[in-house]
Design a protein around this ligand. Structure first.
Ligand SMILES: C=C(O[C@@H]1C=C(C(=O)O)C=C[C@H]1O)C(=O)O
Length: 508
């Protein structure tokens, strides 16, 4: 039955898309080879301990559970994906585009619609319809859901878009909608291979303004483990500051991971909807990433656009320079004002803007780079942001090639890039995986949108690994940078309904 519905949907989706023809130069390659469909790992239950740091993802010693077992029974929201949350709503059209009037064909913020959905009949609502293995990217204007991979795009260092065109052409032949689209996540390490998938079912709709689903019963945190610990992180910041004073390194972004072992599995679709509802103006995403031995989904709510391309129009919205928000509006306003006037944060921000402008300039006939950043707010953070726009010289340069040309920006790595990558490798005790990489899509016309993979967590069953980093410059204060990472953890913690842990004060 499921198969029949999927193929009807795929058929209707392709029919709806037929008018959106591929641009010349895309697809139609010869000598093609279909690469095997992406198959995520199975769902082996995890033991009740923080074992996320085991094996290949950890660079340091053996995993330890350092956190105490906590229970959160008190008012703050918590919970996770109870059956009631997952039940589809009936009888009132879906608020993500299919209503009595059918889907909107307006272009989204990230470019033209990749596809459309049938005016009648069932279509998965991109946010509420998330199923294990689905790719979802909710951009500020549109939400895209992709499932049923029919091919895989393999990206290796030095190949701006790998075998993208061939695989998309094959995808179309295998029933993917036109223009076919590749979706997925790029790892932080640009030297690591990346894999995207070409899905047969693609749904793109205006983003719903749904409130977050109810929290459900509170999670019990059985184990909490920080990697590195707060103290070690602060020490790493001090070492980075020292390195900046002695070498050509100007900025490095140092991150921490927070492992939670919960009393029951987290439904990534539920977490995605919580994050999207709590952060309606940013990106929310769920994407399968390779896990050690079980299905792992990277779920997050990023405020940062790495790059979007629609036709020749290119947009970036880099962020750097941060302050935690406060529940008291006066304090909150003061923090925003102080961030906007902070010399240190402006310098930290300027590195990012300069690097992106340098990467884009050779590819663009026009580039608009505002001289001053402006403030951007999420539910938990204030940031300095700069909206860069450009006009591509060559429309053959795809959104994927652009993403790979600008990544890793100094917002997530540092500057100069090589020295910063080296410092990250030496000072961070864990593998970032796809955190601080990018999540997005690129279609056969080259259009697409890539968000920086931030404010996110790897979810596998009842184990959740959160990530947060901060940009370190010459005058960084270890305590302030530690506090910044703690504040950034709050995006996912709030969505889970798990209370933040009071950050240990560093000793030095
Ligand atoms: C590295 C992160 O965020 C990045 C670093 C920022 C900063 O240093 O001020 C701000 C936004 C992001 O570009 C993160 O959220 O983990």
């Amino acid at each position: 039955m499921k198969k029949i519905i999927t193929s009807i949907l795929a058929h209707e989706v392709s029919a709806a898309l037929r008018p959106v023809a591929s641009a010349p130069g895309w697809g139609g390659q010869t000598g093609l080879r279909v690469i095997i469909i992406f198959t995520p790992g199975g769902g082996v239950p995890r033991p009740d301990r923080c074992d996320r740091t085991k094996g290949r993802r950890r660079r340091g010693g053996p995993p330890q559970c350092l956190g105490r077992v906590r229970r959160h029974g008190d008012p703050p929201p918590a919970g996770g994906g109870g059956a009631a949350d997952r039940r589809p709503r009936r009888g009132r059209g879906n608020r993500e585009g299919t209503g009595p009037t059918g889907p909107s064909r307006r272009n989204g913020i990230g470019g033209r619609p990749v596809t459309s959905v049938p005016a009648r009949g069932p279509a998965p609502a991109p946010l509420r319809g998330h199923r294990p293995g689905d790719f979802v990217l909710a951009a500020p204007g549109r939400t895209l859901l992709a499932r049923d991979p029919v091919g895989e795009v393999v990206l290796r260092p030095g190949e701006p878009e790998g075998d993208l065109r061939e695989r998309l052409a094959e995808g179309t032949a295998a029933g993917a909608p036109r223009p076919a689209v590749a979706v997925g996540a790029l790892p932080f390490d640009p030297g690591a291979p990346a894999r995207l998938v070409v899905p047969r079912t693609v749904v793109s709709m205006p983003r719903s303004a749904d409130p977050p689903p109810p929290p459900g019963p509170p999670f019990e945190v059985r184990c909490r483990h920080e990697e590195p610990s707060a103290r070690e992180y602060a020490r790493g910041v001090a070492r980075a500051v020292d390195r900046i004073s002695r070498t050509g390194l100007r900025k490095v972004v140092l991150a921490r991971a927070l492992d939670l072992s919960l009393d029951r599995p987290v439904d990534p679709g539920w977490l995605l909807r919580r994050l999207a509802g709590q952060n309606p103006r940013g990106y929310a995403f769920a994407v399968e990433v390779p896990g050690a031995d079980r299905r792992t989904t990277l779920v997050g709510a990023s405020p940062e656009l790495l790059v979007a391309r629609r036709g020749r129009a290119v947009r970036c919205h880099p962020l750097a320079g941060s302050a935690a928000r406060d529940a008291d509006p006066d304090v909150d306003r003061r923090r925003a004002r102080s961030l906007a006037g902070s010399e240190k944060d402006r310098r930290e921000h300027a590195f990012v803007v300069a690097a992106i402008a340098d990467a884009l300039r050779p590819l663009c006939t026009a580039l608009d780079v505002p001289a001053r950043p402006s403030l951007t707010a999420t539910a938990t953070m204030w940031h300095l942001g700069t909206r860069i726009t450009g006009e591509l010289a060559d429309p053959e340069v795809s959104s994927l090639a652009l993403a790979r040309a600008v990544h890793p920006t100094p917002a997530v790595c540092g500057t100069p890039t090589e020295a910063a990558r080296q410092a990250v490798a030496e000072l961070e005790p864990f593998d970032r995986g796809h955190y601080a990489g990018a999540v997005g899509w690129c279609d056969a016309e080259g259009d697409g949108e890539w968000a920086v993979a931030l404010r996110c967590a790897e979810v596998s069953d009842r184990e959740v690994r959160l990530f947060a980093g901060a940009g370190i410059v010459a005058d960084s204060d270890p305590r302030a940078e530690l506090a910044e990472t703690a504040a950034k953890f709050r995006t996912v913690l709030a969505a889970l309904g798990v209370e933040p842990h009071p950050t240990e004060p560093p000793t030095e």
